[in-house]
Design a protein around this ligand. Structure first.
Ligand code: SF4
Ligand code: SF4
Length: 427
């Protein structure tokens, strides 16, 4: 067993969303952003899209050896990674032990729809201390509106069985709830269900936003002439000529969703229920760097790797234009710290429209994820976030409460950009 590399060079961490089975999944959610990657990336439908044994070993060895930090985290996602079976993940753990230097802790995060989880999985996940992210959108009718199998039937009951397995085997888990046109309309119902029925230890919420062209056109390769002004009726998902898919959450629906969930959490559950969004904003109000990439000034710290070794700039930028290379030809380190990735990372702040630069909540918002910036400001500048109206409504609502909370914890309220957040090393 080798020793952990001395920190002769600056701390180097990698953070890669790993797709060991590509986009293959056992269900067919309406809003999935990843199922279409098989066509986009030209992966054969017959070919068994999965990491080969050699690729898995090469990847695990490289991922460990190219970091000099005592805590290394692997992220397994899909498609549906549990389709690979428990044996695949036993091999993962065996290889991690083989290449892990003394003094380094390896952690694993696994994102799943929970359908295949059984006692064998439960024992394995508990024993190996995996953190499981489980996708559930709310109570049965809300979940089943979009999380369906290939025959169109809802998957709620199967996912709830998977959650029972996690509780029974005391597996660490977090819920991941997609806020779409249906779940977005019932914030309290969704939140109380996750809190009281699922007993979620940590609730992650993700706004579902996809322009109609998302299957073929990479973010920020949109034609400027086709970007609509904020507030135009065609930006609403239910408009017949909408520019977004009908299952998207609307900007105001998103703002209202956050407000209702925040109020319930603030009045009853602070310190009891973990909502990463709210906790991250508290950090922003304390003057610290927001830990969420979507609300940081820069992108570029999290890559994605496909089953064939192709590496992309981010999980949401798995498009040919944003491919950085393949691990058979380049090192992960080379790709992570490449000029191409640096350009991608800095463009998040560099491309903010004036409306964001002048916004009093820029310090906590940073125009959110660039993949969602496909509107024009009222002044005609491109690159405004589709959810802007919702973000702003939420920030204005939550500001006094978050300020109060920060003050009650004994910290000064510090609503400005932390200069540390602007420092990110690419090379
Ligand atoms: S593109 Fe979006 S998801 Fe990717 S790093 Fe940037 S903010 Fe995060
Ligand atoms: S709230 Fe709107 S204007 Fe303000 S930073 Fe966010 S996206 Fe930009």
């Amino acid at each position: 067993m080798s020793e952990v590399k001395p920190a002769s060079k600056p701390i180097q961490r990698l953070n890669i969303m790993t797709k060991p089975i590509g986009s293959k999944c056992n269900i067919d959610c309406t809003y999935c952003y990843y199922l279409s990657k098989q066509d986009l990336l030209g992966h054969s439908k017959q070919y068994d899209n999965r990491f080969s044994e050699e690729m898995l070993e090469h990847y695990i060895q490289s991922y460990i050896e190219q970091q000099n930090f005592p805590e290394i985290i692997f992220h397994w996602q899909g498609g549906e990674p549990t389709l690979l079976g428990v044996k695949f993940f036993r091999d993962v753990v065996r290889l991690q032990k083989k290449y892990s230097p003394k003094g380094v802790t390896i952690e694993n995060n696994l994102q799943t729809n929970g359908i295949l989880l059984n006692d064998e999985w439960g024992k394995f996940l508990h024993k190996n201390n995996f953190l499981v992210g489980i996708s559930i959108d709310g109570p049965e009718l809300i979940h089943n509106a979009h999380r369906t199998n290939r025959t169109g039937r809802g998957t709620f009951k199967q996912t709830m069985k998977g959650i029972e397995v996690l509780h029974k085997h005391k597996v660490n888990f977090a819920t991941l709830t997609c806020v779409n046109n249906v779940s977005g309309a019932s914030p309290l119902e969704v939140y109380r269900f996750l809190r009281d029925e699922v007993r979620s230890p940590q609730m992650q919420f993700i706004p579902i936003v996809e322009p109609k062209s998302f299957r073929e056109i990479a973010p920020q390769r949109w034609l400027e002439s086709e970007q609509l002004f904020q507030g135009m009726p065609e930006t609403e998902p239910n408009h017949p000529n909408s520019i977004v898919e009908p299952w998207c959450v609307s900007a105001y629906q998103w703002g209202d969703f956050l407000i209702e969930v925040f109020d319930e959490w603030f009045n009853n559950d602070v310190g009891q229920v973990h909502v990463p969004y709210f906790e991250a904003w508290i950090e922003s109000w304390m003057g610290r760097v927001n830990p969420l990439c979507t609300h940081s000034p820069m992108c570029g710290k999290g890559l994605a790797i496909e089953h064939n070794g192709d590496v992309f700039a981010c999980d949401h930028y798995v498009y040919p234009e944003y491919k950085l290379g393949n691990i058979n030809d380049k090192t992960l380190e080379e790709m992570q710290f490449s000029p191409q990735q640096e350009h991608f990372g800095k463009a998040k702040e560099g491309s903010l429209p004036t409306q964001c630069r002048q916004c009093e909540y820029q310090f906590s918002c940073f125009g959110e994820c660039p993949k969602n910036r496909f509107l024009k400001t009222l002044q005609g500048e491109p690159g405004l976030n589709y959810l802007c109206a919702g973000w702003k409504k939420f920030y204005q609502h939550a500001d006094p409460y978050i300020s109060m909370l920060v003050a009650s914890m004994g910290y000064p309220v510090h609503k400005s950009i932390n200069p540390e957040a602007m420092k990110i090393r690419f090379k």
